[in-house]
Design a protein around this ligand. Structure first.
Ligand SMILES: *[C@@H]1O[C@H](CO)[C@@H](O)[C@H](O)[C@H]1NC(C)=O
Ligand SMILES: *[C@@H]1O[C@H](CO)[C@@H](O)[C@H](O)[C@H]1NC(C)=O
Ligand SMILES: *[C@@H]1O[C@H](CO)[C@@H](O)[C@H](O)[C@H]1NC(C)=O
Ligand SMILES: *[C@@H]1O[C@H](CO)[C@@H](O)[C@H](O)[C@H]1NC(C)=O
Ligand SMILES: *[C@@H]1O[C@H](CO)[C@@H](O)[C@H](O)[C@H]1NC(C)=O
Ligand SMILES: *[C@@H]1O[C@H](CO)[C@@H](O)[C@H](O)[C@H]1NC(C)=O
Ligand SMILES: *[C@@H]1O[C@H](CO)[C@@H](O)[C@H](O)[C@H]1NC(C)=O
Ligand SMILES: *[C@@H]1O[C@H](CO)[C@@H](O)[C@H](O)[C@H]1NC(C)=O
Ligand SMILES: *[C@@H]1O[C@H](CO)[C@@H](O)[C@H](O)[C@H]1NC(C)=O
Length: 898
C-alpha cells in the first residue's frame, strides 16, 4: 500500500517535470529575463508598422506588446540552439488589415511561410522580398497594385506564390528569376498581367498554374514542358494556337475558357481514365471534336459523334460556346456539370441506359443547339439536377404525365422548342412542395389548360407565352402570359358522360362474375402436371425432378413482380426459395405452349438441359408443365450477367485477369456442348447477357436450348434448321445465317468471337450511333486492328494497366486476333470451339499483376492528396485538391498546427 502511494507520487513528479520541460521548449519565455532575440525585436517592428495605419488598431489587439510575439495569434516560432528563437510562420489571413505590407517582415530572415489572404493590403514594398528563406507567399484577395513581380528576387526555396485577385500590373517575365526546380504552385489569376507562357519554361516541379483573367498572349506550347503540371486555369486571357491535347489528358483540372484556342481532338484522347475531373474549354474556337475512329488516311470525316463514354470519372464538362457540330452519342456517367450550350449539336439524344448520368448530373445545359426528337425519358428522373436548360433546340414530344422525379430542380427552361401536349400537374407540385422556382415553357406547342395551384409570389417566375393552344381561367396567368380562357364543358355533357360510364360498369361487373365461376371449375384440372411429361420422367427418358406448380407459386409469392429478375421473349425469370435454396425460375410465356409443337419443344428442352453437366453451365434443378404453364427451375447465379458487368451496370468493373477467366470458362462450356454432349448441342444465342457470374465471378453459361423451335428428331442431323423467324441476337448472329438460314456450331464460334470483343472493349456488339463504318463491333475491331490501333479498341478502364505492362498488351492483342478469326466471314475459316478453348487456355495461363480501375484510383488518391491548408480555421479554399507528379517534395503541410 505504502509502496503504491510513493510510486504514485513519483509518477506525478515526473509528469510535472516533463510538462515544465515541454513548456520551455514550445513557448520560450518572453517574461523570463533572457535577452530579446533579433526576430522578437523585428516582430515588434512589424507590429508597429501595421499599427501605423489607424484602421488596424482594433484588429491587432491580440498582438500585445506585453506578450511574447511567439505567443501572438498565428505566429509560429522555432527554438534554435539554447536561447535563440526564430519566427517561422505568420498567418494574417482574413483580418481586414489595410495599408502596405510591412517591409520589416523582410528582416525575418528565417521566415518560411507568410499568408495574408483576404485583407486590404495595398502594396508590397521591395524590402519585404529580403526574407530569403520564404517557401510560401500568399496574398490572395487583397488590393495590391503596381508592378510587384518586378521586385521579386531570387528566392531559392520558394514553392508557392499566390497573388491572385489583386490589381497587379506589369509583365510575368521576372518570374523566370525564381528557382525553377522548386516552385510548385503559382496563382496570379485576376490581375492585369501581360506576357506569355514561355516565362514558365523549365518549371519542372510546377503542379498548379493559375493565370486566369489577365492579359496574357501567345500559344500554350510551353505546357508540354511542365511535366508535373496537374491543374491549369488560364481562362479569360488572349491565348491562341491549338488546344494542347496530350497535356490536357494528364491533368486533373483544366480551365481554358474564353481564349481564342482552335484545334480538334477526340474525346477518347482527352479523357484518359484516372486523370481529368474538371474540363472547361468553353468559348473558344473549337469547331469540331474529331470522330472517335478516323479512317486512316482519310481526313474528310463526316459528322462527329460525341461519345462521352470516355469521360468516366469526370465531374465537370464545359464545352459551351464553341460551334461544335455532331451528335451526342452517350452521356458522361459521373458528371455533375454538363454544359454544351451554344454549339451546333444536332440529332436525337441517347437514353442513358445505366442511368448513372441521370443520377449524378446537377447542372445540365444543352440550350441553343439544333438537337431534335423527344427528350430521353430518364431526363425526368434526375434526382440531383438543379438546373436544366434545353431551350433553343428542336425537341418534340410531350412531357411525361406520370412521374417527374426531380426534387432538386430549381430552374427549368424548355423554351423555344416544339414540345407539345399538356403541361403536367407535376410541374406545379415541384414548385409547391420542392425547390422549383423558375419555369420557362414559352414558345412551344403546349396545349390544354394550365395546371391549377401554381404558387404565386416574388420567388416564382413563369413564362408560358407563345403556346397558342394553352389556356387558363386564372386571371393572373392570363394577363401575365397572354393566355386564353379555357372553354368549360356544358353541364349536360358532363351528366351524359357520367351516365354512360355507369351503365357500362354494370355490364362489366356481371360478365366478370360469370367468368369467375367458370374459371374456378377449370382451375383444379389446369394445375396438374402434364401426363406426357410425367411418363417421360418415369420411363427415364428425361432425368429431372418434377416440381408441382403449387410449390413454385409459393417460392415466388405467386410470381410476384418483386421476385422478377429478368424478362425476355421466352417469358420471365423469377427468384425464389425452394427447400431453403435460392433458385431461378423461368416461366415460359403462355404463347409457347399454344404453338403446335410447343409441348414437344419444352420437353425437348428439358431433355437437353437435364442431360448436360458442366461446372460452367447453369444446371437444371427441376421442371414443371401444366396445361397452361411451362417452368424450368435453375440454380441461382447471384452476380447477374457478364453484360451488366462489362457495361458497368453492376460490380466494380472487371480487370483483365477476370475477363480472361470468363472467356476461358465460357469457351470450355461451349466446347463441352459441341463435342461432349450427345447429340451435340448448339447454343445458338451466345452473348454476354447469357453468361451469368457467380460470387467468384465464374462464368455460367445459360439459356442453351431454351425456347428453340427444334423438334427432337432433328438433332440427329448435323445442322439445325429453324422453323421460325430469325434467331439469335442482332450483333452476335453469324452473317452466314442470313444467307442460308442455317445455324451450325461455327455460328456459336462467331457469337463467341463477338463476346471476346466485348470483353476487350466493353462496347455493345451493335451500335448504329457509331456510324456505318463501325456500327458492328466486328467491323470496328477489324478496322482498328488492321491499322494497329489496339489502344483505341480496348476498354479505357484497362488502359492504365495497359500503359505499364507490355505483357498484358500482348495478351490482349492475342485474344483480339483470336476473336477476329472466330468472326471470320466464312465459317470454314473459323476455328472450332475445341480449338478456341485450347488457345484461350494457353493465353490465360498467366496471372497479370494488374488492378482494376477502381483500386488504381484509390492508390492514386492516397499518393496525391496534399492538403495545402488545414481547412478548419481558414476561409479560403485550398489552391487545389489533388496534385500529381513527383510528389516527393509534398510531404510538408503549409499552415499552422494550432
Ligand atoms: C500566452 O497568451 C496567453 C493568453 O493569450 C496567456 O495566458 C499566457 O500567459 C501567454 N504566455 C506567455 C508565455 O506569455
Ligand atoms: C474592413 O475595414 C474597412 C475599412 O478599413 C471597413 O470599412 C470594413 O467594415 C471592415 N470590414 C470588416 C468585415 O471588418
Ligand atoms: C536563419 O537565417 C540566417 C541568415 O540567413 C542563417 O544564417 C541561419 O542559418 C538561419 N537559421 C536557421 C535555423 O535556418
Ligand atoms: C532550387 O530548388 C531545388 C529544389 O528545392 C534545390 O534542390 C536547389 O538547391 C535549389 N537551387 C538553388 C540554387 O538553391
Ligand atoms: C497569336 O497571338 C500572337 C500575339 O497576340 C500573334 O502574334 C500570333 O500571330 C497569333 N497566332 C495565331 C496562330 O493566331
Ligand atoms: C473557368 O473559368 C470561368 C471564368 O472565366 C469560370 O466562370 C468557370 O466556372 C471556370 N470553370 C470551371 C469548370 O471551374
Ligand atoms: C473519306 O471519307 C468520306 C466520308 O466517309 C468518303 O466519302 C470518302 O470517299 C473517303 N475518301 C477516301 C479517300 O477514302
Ligand atoms: C455554360 O456555357 C455557356 C457558354 O459558354 C456560358 O455562357 C454559361 O455561362 C455556362 N453556364 C454555366 C452554368 O456554367
Ligand atoms: C422567398 O424566398 C426567401 C428566401 O428563401 C424567403 O425568405 C421568403 O420568405 C420567400 N418569400 C415568399 C413570399 O415566399
Amino acid at each position: 500500500m505504502a509502496e503504491n502511494v510513493s510510486l504514485h507520487v513519483l509518477v506525478r513528479l515526473l509528469q510535472s517535470l516533463v510538462l515544465m520541460f515541454l513548456s520551455q521548449l514550445v513557448v520560450p519565455g518572453y517574461g523570463q529575463k533572457t535577452a530579446l532575440s533579433g526576430d522578437m525585436r523585428t516582430m515588434l517592428k512589424v507590429r508597429d508598422d501595421l499599427l501605423g495605419i489607424p484602421e488596424n488598431k482594433v484588429i491587432l489587439q491580440d498582438w500585445s506588446s506585453q506578450d511574447n510575439p511567439c505567443n501572438w495569434t498565428r505566429v509560429d516560432c522555432e527554438e534554435i540552439g539554447i536561447s535563440s528563437v526564430v519566427v517561422r510562420r505568420i498567418d494574417l489571413n482574413h483580418r481586414n488589415l489595410t495599408g502596405p505590407v510591412p517591409p520589416s517582415i523582410g528582416l525575418l530572415l528565417n521566415l518560411t511561410d507568410i499568408t495574408a489572404d483576404g485583407n486590404q493590403f495595398s502594396s508590397i514594398p521591395q524590402g519585404f522580398f529580403q526574407a530569403k528563406q520564404l517557401r510560401l507567399i500568399s496574398f490572395r484577395n487583397n488590393l495590391i497594385s503596381g508592378k510587384v513581380l518586378d521586385k521579386l528576387t531570387t528566392f531559392q526555396s520558394l514553392r508557392v506564390l499566390q497573388l491572385g485577385q489583386n490589381l497587379i500590373s506589369g509583365r510575368v517575365d521576372p518570374l523566370a528569376r525564381l528557382n525553377r526546380s522548386a516552385v510548385e504552385v503559382i496563382d496570379l489569376s485576376g490581375n492585369s498581367l501581360q506576357g506569355s507562357l514561355t516565362t514558365f519554361s523549365g518549371f519542372s516541379r510546377l503542379v498548379s498554374l493559375r493565370l486566369g483573367r489577365n492579359q496574357l498572349t501567345g500559344d500554350l506550347g510551353t505546357l508540354e514542358e511542365l511535366t508535373s503540371i496537374n491543374d491549369v486555369s488560364l481562362e479569360e486571357n488572349n491565348f491562341n494556337g491549338t488546344i494542347p491535347t496530350s497535356i490536357i489528358s494528364r491533368m486533373s483540372s483544366v480551365n481554358l475558357s474564353r481564349n481564342s484556342l482552335r484545334g480538334t481532338f477526340t474525346l477518347r484522347e482527352i479523357f484518359v481514365p484516372g486523370f481529368i475531373t474538371t474540363l472547361d474549354l468553353s468559348e473558344n474556337r473549337i469547331q469540331q471534336v474529331a470522330p472517335e475512329f478516323q479512317s486512316p488516311g482519310n481526313q474528310s470525316t463526316t459528322e462527329s459523334a460525341l461519345d462521352f463514354f470516355w469521360a468516366r470519372g469526370v465531374r465537370k464538362i464545359t464545352l459551351g460556346g464553341n460551334g461544335l457540330s455532331g451528335s451526342i452519342v452517350s452521356f458522361p456517367e459521373s458528371a455533375s456539370t454538363f454544359n454544351l450550350s451554344h454549339n451546333m449539336l444536332s440529332g436525337n439524344l441517347p437514353e442513358d441506359t445505366r442511368a448513372t448520368f441521370y443520377a449524378n448530373v446537377e447542372t445540365l445545359l444543352l440550350n441553343n443547339n439544333s438537337l431534335t426528337g423527344p427528350v430521353p425519358k430518364g431526363f425526368w428522373n434526375m434526382e440531383k439536377a438543379a438546373t436544366m436548360d434545353l431551350s433553343g433546340n428542336q425537341f418534340t414530344g410531350a412531357l411525361p404525365g406520370g412521374a417527374i422525379i426531380m426534387p432538386s430542380l430549381q430552374a427549368l427552361n424548355l423554351s423555344r422548342n416544339t414540345f407539345s401536349g399538356p403541361i403536367p400537374a407535376e410541374i406545379s407540385n415541384l414548385m409547391r412542395n420542392f425547390n422549383l422556382r423558375t419555369v420557362d415553357l414559352s414558345f412551344n406547342n403546349f396545349s390544354g389548360p394550365l395546371p391549377r395551384d401554381f404558387p404565386q409570389g416574388e420567388n416564382y417566375t413563369y413564362l408560358f407565352t407563345g403556346n397558342p393552344g394553352l389556356c387558363t381561367d386564372d386571371d393572373f396567368f392570363r394577363k401575365e402570359n397572354s393566355l386564353t380562357r379555357c372553354s368549360k364543358p356544358s353541364r349536360a355533357a358532363v351528366i351524359a358522360r357520367w351516365a354512360g360510364a355507369g351503365s357500362s360498369l354494370g355490364v362489366v361487373l356481371l360478365l366478370t362474375t360469370v367468368s369467375l365461376c367458370l374459371w374456378r371449375l377449370k382451375v383444379v384440372k389446369d394445375n396438374e402436371m402434364d401426363e406426357d411429361l410425367v411418363r417421360a420422367v418415369n420411363s427415364g427418358l428425361i432425368s429431372t425432378r418434377l416440381i408441382p406448380l403449387k410449390e413454385l407459386e409459393k417460392a415466388t409469392s405467386n410470381f410476384a413482380e418483386e421476385t422478377k429478375i429478368g424478362e425476355g421473349g421466352f417469358g420471365s425469370v423469377y427468384r425464389g426459395f425452394l427447400e431453403g435454396k435460392k433458385v431461378a425460375i423461368k416461366k415460359s410465356s403462355d404463347a409457347v405452349l399454344h404453338l403446335v409443337q410447343g409441348k414437344q419443344m419444352f420437353m425437348n428442352e428439358v431433355q437437353i438441359l437435364s442431360g448436360v453437366n458442366h461446372p460452367s453451365l447453369v444446371s437444371l434443378v427441376g421442371c414443371c408443365m401444366t396445361k397452361k404453364h411451362a417452368l424450368l427451375v435453375f440454380e441461382y447465379v447471384p452476380q447477374g450477367t457478364l453484360a451488366e458487368h462489362l457495361y458497368y451496370r453492376r460490380g466494380e468493373g472487371l480487370d483483365w485477369n477476370q475477363r480472361l477467366k470468363i472467356a476461358r470458362q465460357t469457351a470450355n462450356a461451349l466446347s463441352y456442348l459441341h463435342f461432349m454432349a450427345d447429340p451435340p448441342i448448339y447454343h445458338r444465342d451466345v452473348k454476354s447477357a447469357n453468361i451469368l457470374l457467380d460470387d467468384e465471378l465464374n462464368a455460367k453459361v445459360a439459356d442453351f436450348g431454351i425456347s428453340k423451335v427444334v423438334p427432337y428428331q432433328q438433332f440427329s442431323t448435323d445442322h439445325i434448321s429453324t422453323t421460325t423467324g430469325v434467331e439469335g441476337t442482332p450483333g452476335y448472329v453469324d452473317p452466314e445465317y442470313y444467307v442460308n438460314f442455317r445455324l451450325t456450331d461455327k455460328s456459336d464460334v462467331y457469337s463467341f468471337g463477338v463476346v471476346l470483343l466485348e470483353l476487350i472493349t466493353s462496347r455493345a456488339p451493335l451500335d448504329f450511333r457509331r456510324g456505318e463504318r463501325d456500327n458492328t463491333l466486328v467491323k470496328m475491331a477489324t478496322n482498328l486492328l488492321r491499322t494497329n490501333a489496339l489502344h483505341l479498341l480496348v476498354d479505357p478502364m484497362l488502359m492504365i494497366v495497359f500503359d505499364d505492362n507490355e505483357d498484358v498488351k500482348k495478351n490482349i492483342l492475342s485474344v483480339a486476333e483470336l476473336a477476329l478469326r472466330c468472326v471470320h466471314r466464312l465459317p470454314l475459316n473459323r476455328p472450332d470451339m475445341q480449338q478456341v478453348a485450347r488457345e484461350i487456355e494457353a493465353l490465360s495461363s498467366v496471372q497479370f499483376h494488374v488492378g482494376a480501375y477502381k483500386s488504381t484510383m484509390e492508390e492514386e488518391d492516397m499518393d496525391f492528396i496534399w492538403t495545402a491548408y488545414p481547412a478548419a480555421s481558414r476561409g479560403s479554399p485550398s489552391p487545389y485538391e489533388r496534385a500529381t507528379g513527383s510528389s516527393g517534395s509534398m510531404e510538408f503541410r503549409f499552415g499552422f498546427g494550432r
